[in-house]
Design a binder for this molecule. Structure first.
Ligand SMILES: *Cc1c(COP(=O)(O)O)cnc(C)c1O
Length: 379
């Protein structure tokens, strides 16, 4: 680590202990010369399916591809609509569009920072096929209400669980509520490969089969292609790394939750707001977000003192130039717009100690004690 006070990531620390065995397994595989959809990939798929509590997991090249392929496997057509939220990461909506469907947005909840489930009914039309909640920052979306709503309107739920491996509602893992759950194992995520990787989980055997051929150029047997698909399979080296790391996931998630509670305690007297937590849920704190009107100044203040604070998603989905064709307007999703100007991330890692959290908290406190007054005067 550098002389920075607090970093957001420490990827080399994310391999657990005694990594020699993992390195030997990877070396053996490389020298054996079998690389595509090997037994290592199948082993991880089964381990991950069991972990989430689903019958099937199918590995893909990325989380973005996982969403695209899940939607293609559901057979969406070009007029079909997929409802998601206005404050997600770009990939959610990009994948909906790549799958050929029409994204429909709803605004988000002020306190949970998640899809405002109460606004979903007014977004439903006869062409709604899928509702895609995003368990953003690692907090589970309230699935019971959403599932009832989806059921009543014959819409499928596909979860974007790319930030929420291990998050639960009453002990049931997110990703396992909908007809399909999509995960990313990008190096920044709670369960991380050493490169891009993703997976889809489902209990539907026919859907799993369609996913299998859609990730392999639609090929159902050698030389026979029944659909136009992607070429997007989980890499065998990444599968080995993921099988190795999944044993640590729950402990790492508990460590993240501990760091978050240290932050909540240390910042409790300051004018910052945390993402709401709800009874019965396990939040896995992919990102630790705080909300303040003085966000931009606080981020620069922290950065100038060696704290790796950042802003994620400063431009909400409906204002991204990439999505101009959908005709969304400024002011249409006001909560998402406000959150985009007020949310910021503080460093959170499973290996963070209390002293580091308190050093960051002290910087935040100093900002509000000194710089804040100047910020207020400046407006
Ligand atoms: C990371 C992420 C994705 C995409 O995953 P990649 O593996 O980077 O393609 C999709 N949705 C959300 C909410 C994400 O955070």
């Amino acid at each position: 680590m550098s002389d920075q006070l607090s970093q957001r990531y420490n990827y080399p620390a994310q391999f657990g202990e005694n990594t020699e065995q993992l390195m030997l397994q990877i070396k053996a595989m490389l020298l054996e010369g079998k690389y595509i959809l090997t037994s290592e990939v199948q082993r991880f798929e089964q381990t991950f399916a069991d972990y989430i509590g689903c019958s099937f997991a199918r590995g893909t090249n990325s989380g973005t591809d996982a969403i695209t392929i899940a939607l293609l496997a559901l057979g969406l057509k070009s007029d079909d609509e997929v409802i998601t939220q206005a404050n997600t990461f770009h990939a959610t909506v990009s994948a909906i569009q790549m799958a050929g469907a029409k994204p429909v947005l709803v605004d988000v909840d002020e306190q949970s920072f998640l899809m405002d489930v109460r606004q979903v009914p007014s977004a439903i039309t006869p062409r709604t096929r899928v509702i895609m909640p995003v368990h953003l920052f690692g907090k589970p979306t309230p699935m019971v209400d959403l599932m009832a709503l989806a059921g009543a309107h014959h819409a499928a739920i596909v979860e974007d669980a790319a930030q929420a491996h291990g998050a639960t509602i009453h002990s049931k893992h997110v990703g396992g509520f909908g007809v399909a759950g999509c995960f990313s194992f990008h190096p920044s995520k709670n369960l991380a490969a050493a490169g891009d990787a993703g997976a889809i989980v489902t209990n539907d055997s026919e859907l799993a089969l369609r996913i299998e051929y859609l990730r392999a150029l639609g090929q159902i047997e050698q030389g026979v292609h029944v659909a136009v698909g992607l070429n997007s399979k989980l890499d065998a080296i990444q599968a080995q790394i993921l099988s190795w790391k999944i044993a640590y996931l729950d402990a790492w998630n508990r460590a993240r939750a501990q760091v978050a509670s240290w932050y909540r305690e240390a910042l409790s007297k300051l004018p910052v707001v945390f993402q709401r937590t709800d009874d019965g849920e396990q939040h896995v704190y992919h990102l630790l977000q705080i909300r303040t009107q003085y966000r931009d100044r606080l981020v620069s203040y922290l950065q100038s003192r060696g704290v790796d604070a950042v802003i994620r998603y400063p431009v909400p989905i409906h204002l991204q130039p990439a999505f101009a064709k959908w005709g969304w307007r400024r002011g249409q999703f006001p909560v998402a717009e406000r959150l985009a100007t007020e949310l910021m991330c503080l460093p959170i890692r499973p290996d963070m100690r209390r002293a580091e959290v308190e050093a960051v908290a002290l910087c935040v406190a100093n900002f509000f004690a000194h710089a804040y007054a100047a910020a207020r005067r400046a407006g």
